[in-house]
Write a protein that binds this ligand. Structure first.
Ligand SMILES: Cc1ncc(COP(=O)(O)O)c(C=O)c1O
Length: 386
């Protein structure tokens, strides 16, 4: 094989450092395989006893009365919107700086997402940016704890109470995140969690609703099951969807959930090394985490500030050449072509700036301390382009 002249053998062999990765140990894989075998032999493959067990354990860990498993966080958000009675004619304040699913859940029920800007240091919406977007049609506020960094709930909860609005938490990044030592997802009407492979824990695909509202806890099971409370010839009582989780996925989720505390602790250790090491690089600003907050560090997000020798995209290229993968968390939802065509005139300056200047550095539980040190070493030697 011919190698291009400027790439050394050593560089070619360097395994890429992935920006995120799920972790399964060999004993985990053995255990999961055995559990899946039992499910397959039982003949009951979906919404069965393993899903129910996963829900029980999840509710217990998060601290809500009910947990309902679905096949994604997107489905969980849709379900919450529907069961809270949000529909045509209503508005829901959502962050501009988030994934499409947050806004889509509002659109699915025929309501209108109204985009709030984020803070330039925490990358989260604030009570102030939310309040600016509240109008007579607003029914709910849907917050996202970006990268696992809890939003300022001390300000947001009283605002929602004062304005009589539902508070919903998109906790796709925030399993294991705490605010005043309380798990995110427990502050409002309901929280929605994701088990996509990059997330804090994974079941391949999957999602969970956590809630203390009895009606949401029970009706969510009907909504996810095409509007039927049970299987078989039971009546359809609502316009439901097939959002069921399989027991095969739940086998994976149960195994991962057991390791959640360990995973979050390791993520926090790695983030601390980044924090310390990056102090010497004044042009790279890590996401600000407030004193009241304990981030799960779903992601380690930094802003490449004005004084940087390279732009965010150039920096990303430099790291890629060193086999270090990076990503961009989000650009404002409204800036994607689909939303631009129907939600014109929205501008959230901080979300735009974050979309252009933020970079996600590798952080996952399988990383070694030396991997973080290597990333920072590369960043330290970044030189301006001539
Ligand atoms: C903030 C946020 N909300 C919702 C989702 C959707 O999660 P899922 O893929 O489980 O539907 C994601 C996915 O990355 C996300 O980042």
């Amino acid at each position: 094989m011919t190698l291009s002249r400027d790439i050394s053998r050593e560089e070619v062999d360097k395994p890429p450092l992935r920006v995120s990765m799920p972790l399964f140990s060999e004993p985990d894989i053995v255990e999961i395989t055995a559990r899946i075998g039992a499910v397959l032999r039982s003949g009951w493959l979906t919404s069965g006893s393993v899903v129910a067990e996963y829900e029980r354990q999840f509710a217990n860990i998060v601290g809500t009365a009910y947990a309902v498993a679905l096949n994604s966080c997107t489905a969980a958000l849709h379900c919450i919107m529907y069961l809270l009675g949000i529909g045509p004619g209503s508005e829901v304040v959502v962050p501009a700086n988030t994934f499409a699913s947050t806004a889509n859940a509002v659109l699915y029920v025929g309501a209108r997402p109204v985009f709030a800007d984020c803070d330039s240091t925490t990358f989260n919406v604030t009570a102030e940016t939310i309040e600016e977007r509240i109008g007579p049609k607003t029914r709910a506020v849907l917050v996202v704890h970006i990268g696992g960094n809890p939003c300022d709930m001390d300000e947001i909860i009283p605002l929602c109470k004062k304005k009589n609005l539902f508070l919903i938490e998109d906790c796709a990044h925030a399993l294991g995140s705490r605010y005043h030592n309380r798990q995110c997802g427990t502050f409002g009407a309901a929280g929605a969690f994701s088990f996509y492979p990059t997330k804090l824990i994974t079941s391949g695909e999957g999602g969970m609703i956590a809630t203390d509202l009895q009606r949401v806890g029970s009706d969510a099971k009907t909504f996810r099951n095409v509007g039927r409370e049970y299987f078989g010839r039971t009546p359809i009582t609502m316009l439901g969807y097939n959002y069921r989780m399989t027991d095969i996925h739940a086998c994976v989720g149960i195994n991962q959930l057991r390791r959640l505390d360990e995973f979050v602790a390791r993520r926090r250790e790695l983030a601390k090394i980044y924090d310390t090491q990056l102090r010497t690089i004044d042009w790279l600003k890590p996401q600000h985490i407030d004193n009241a907050s304990t981030s799960s560090y779903y992601a380690y997000i930094c802003r490449v500030s004005d004084g940087a020798p390279l732009s965010r995209d150039e920096l990303s290229e430099v790291l890629k050449r060193e086999s270090i993968e990076t990503t961009v968390m989000f650009r404002p939802v409204y800036s994607h072509p689909y939303y631009r065509s129907q939600l014109s005139g929205v501008i959230c300056p901080n979300a735009e700036m974050i979309g252009k200047e933020s970079i996600v550095l590798p952080l996952h539980v399988g990383m070694r301390d030396e991997d973080v040190v290597r990333v920072v070493e590369v960043l330290r030697h970044v030189a301006p382009k001539r």
